[in-house]
Design a protein around this ligand. Structure first.
Ligand SMILES: Nc1ncnc2c1ncn2[C@@H]1O[C@H](COP(=O)(O)OP(=O)(O)O)[C@@H](O)[C@H]1O
Ligand SMILES: [Mg+2]
Length: 250
């Protein structure tokens, strides 16, 4: 279990995260949902260990990891821009982390991941030959072969749309559940958060507005922000879709 206890973060005395208290169970998929600038990436980077906190504590399975450097936490991240290595081909990128730690994943596990993410036909390609969705899948594979205890994803679907987006969303869900990965996903899209994760952290202006299951957020929004921002966006989206069907019907 990962716990954040009274976590605060300020930049130049400017508070960005305020009294964050959360606990995330092993194997759970949790989304961090909120508008641009509310502190989502900062929160993810704090969990990863590349951004120090101003006050509070991080506890992982009973151990205080607040001051533990990133490489000792055993967590891993897929950054929003993928950050693939352009000088390596697809298979080189996927196996990169295993160079010095070849036993983290067995050759069979690497092969399984390649198939699960539909990357077999792309293994010899260079990165610039790939589409956005393919790059995203390579970034996921490269991170997942390292079997992170906690997998962090920053806006993993924001550069994708349509069927590709749905497919990758499904893959992330399947792999997270199959490998029992604790997965924390940053998104600004309520629909994505509510359909992909077991629980959703709704963040506004550096505060947690609500942290509960998707069902609970929809049926029991606890603050005006959740009602006005989250629920309303979902309703607008739904009415757009229904509107489309109505137009086609007439
Ligand atoms: N390194 C930094 N130095 C100063 N301010 C920062 C830094 N990183 C983020 N911020 C500020 O913190 C706030 C939250 O940023 P961020 O966590 O990136 O939000 P989000 O990911 O939700 O869009 C923003 O106001 C941003 O300008
Ligand atoms: Mg961000």
């Amino acid at each position: 279990m990962l716990e954040l206890v009274h976590v605060e973060k300020s930049y130049d005395r400017n508070p960005v995260l305020k009294d964050i208290n959360l606990s995330i169970d092993d194997g759970e998929i949790v989304s961090i949902l909120g508008p641009s600038g509310c502190g989502k990436t900062t929160l993810l980077n704090i969990i990863l260990g590349i951004t120090p906190i101003t006050s509070g504590k991080l506890i992982y399975n009973g151990t205080d990891i607040t001051k533990l450097p990133m490489e000792k936490r055993g967590f891993n991240i897929v950054f929003q821009d993928y950050a693939l290595f352009p000088n390596l081909d697809v298979k080189g990128n996927i196996r990169y982390g295993l160079r010095n730690n070849p036993n983290i994943s067995t050759p069979q596990e690497v092969e399984d991941l390649i198939d699960l993410l539909n990357l077999r036909e792309h293994l010899d390609k260079s990165i610039h030959q790939l589409s956005g969705g393919q790059k995203q899948r390579v970034a996921l594979a490269r991170t997942m072969v390292m079997k992170p205890k906690v997998l962090l994803l920053d806006e993993p679907l924001s550069a994708l749309d349509g069927i590709i987006k749905e497919q990758i969303k499904e893959r992330i869900h399947t792999i997270a559940k199959q490998f029992q990965l604790t997965t924390i996903i940053v998104t600004h899209d309520p629909e994505e958060a509510l359909t992909l994760s077991d629980k959703v952290i709704i963040l506004s202006d550096g505060r947690v507005e609500q942290y509960s299951s998707s069902q609970d957020i929809i049926t029991n929004p606890q603050t005006d922000f959740v009602k006005d921002f989250i629920i309303q966006q979902l309703q607008v989206k739904r009415s757009n879709i229904i509107g489309l069907f109505d137009e086609r019907a007439v």
